[in-house]
Write a new protein. Structure first.
Length: 100
């Protein structure tokens, strides 16, 4: 691994009636991400309480791996559906397992 692990976390907000379609349109992206070099985990999920919120959690082996996958970012069709977003990258200095 070169450099610290990177976690990308946050959420997107879309119109509640568009959330299922938005997530369905992300299936191929999740498949591509999980197959990408350096991807340790990649998940987009519907929030259990807010009907317009989509939670984001990604783990990458390095910043270079994130950047290589990210490319141009969200497609125009999906970008147009996003009403708000709060997403950040975190460099991880240490990891402690909570499951043993």
């Amino acid at each position: 691994m070169t450099g610290p692990m990177v976690i990308v976390a946050g959420h997107l907000v879309v119109a509640p009636e568009q959330r299922d379609a938005y997530l369905a349109g992300c299936v191929a992206v999740v498949e591509q991400a999980r197959a990408a070099r350096g991807c340790l985990d990649f998940a987009l999920s519907a929030d259990l309480l807010d009907p317009g919120r989509i939670n984001i959690l990604e783990r990458w082996a390095s910043q270079a791996d994130v950047e290589a996958f990210r490319g141009a970012g969200t497609g125009d069709d999906q970008a147009a559906r996003i009403l708000a977003a709060s997403v950040a990258e975190y460099d991880v200095a240490d990891v402690r397992s909570l499951t043993g």
